[in-house]
Design a protein around this ligand. Structure first.
Ligand code: SF4
Ligand code: SF4
Ligand code: SF4
Length: 221
């Protein structure tokens, strides 16, 4: 008699519930990278181990089938191109910079305007002016300038919370911007702690964030 093939169904006890993904900047030596992603991943992993975050997330789904969207995803991108899709992760961390113009040297060639993917630059009195509300904070304009008259701020990090796909998609909202990784991680730890202590049974993180933050989640993209 033909032997029946057994289908292995992962049990909650075996499931990896916290998944931290990075863009490929460090393995592919991406020229666009603005912040190292590996250090962020390692810092979150160390905190998660010390605080039993995998186990505590697993306890929320004990004795039930763990589906893809039950897993908690943290996505780290080294620049605003956001290849690891941080906008739809529970928590997203994105590196960016702020361009600044030097008062001398600009020949009004327009190269920075043409290269900006977001049309965030205008020329005024022969100097580039950056629209901070539109600028995504890459380094393209600096690299395009033939006279080196655009400089970049120190790398910063943008923290996105509450992204998800599914029946009611939601892009993570910008909850914090900081040069300091410690500040970003403090807020990450706080919101995950709140989620573990206060979320309803089987409520996913994005829904918890939307419920508790309300309008804030929709106004700050
Ligand atoms: S997110 Fe930016 S740094 Fe990371 S792989 Fe994509 S382009 Fe490179
Ligand atoms: S940093 Fe990027 S998005 Fe911002 S003005 Fe320069 S090219 Fe445009
Ligand atoms: S690329 Fe440089 S020189 Fe040309 S307009 Fe922009 S800032 Fe000025």
């Amino acid at each position: 008699m033909e032997q029946q093939q057994m289908i292995s169904v992962p049990k909650p006890a075996d499931e990896e519930m916290l998944i931290i993904e990075c863009c490929r900047s460090e393995v592919s030596h991406c020229p666009n990278v603005l912040t190292k992603t590996g250090r962020i991943k390692e810092a979150v992993e160390a905190w998660a181990r010390e605080n039993r975050i995998q186990e505590r997330l697993r306890e929320r789904f004990y004795e039930s089938r763990v589906l893809f969207h039950h897993k908690f995803r943290i996505s780290v991108s080294g620049c605003p191109n956001a290849c690891s899709r941080p906008q739809i992760a529970d928590v997203g961390i994105v590196g960016y910079v702020q361009p600044q113009s030097k008062p001398e040297g600009c020949i009004a060639c327009g190269a920075c305007l043409r290269v900006c993917p977001d049309e965030a630059i205008t020329l005024k009195d022969n100097l580039p002016v950056f629209d901070r509300a539109i600028c995504q904070g890459c380094n393209f304009c600096r690299d395009a300038c033939p006279n080196n008259c655009i400089t970049l701020s120190h790398p910063k990090l943008r923290l996105l919370l509450g992204g998800k796909l599914g029946r009611h998609p939601h892009l993570g909202y910008s909850a914090m911007e900081s040069e300091n990784l410690g500040d970003i991680l403090s807020l990450v730890k706080e919101v995950i702690g709140n989620y573990l202590n206060q979320a309803k049974t089987r409520e996913r993180f994005a829904d918890f964030i939307i419920r508790t933050k309300g309008k804030e989640c929709y106004e700050q993209h």
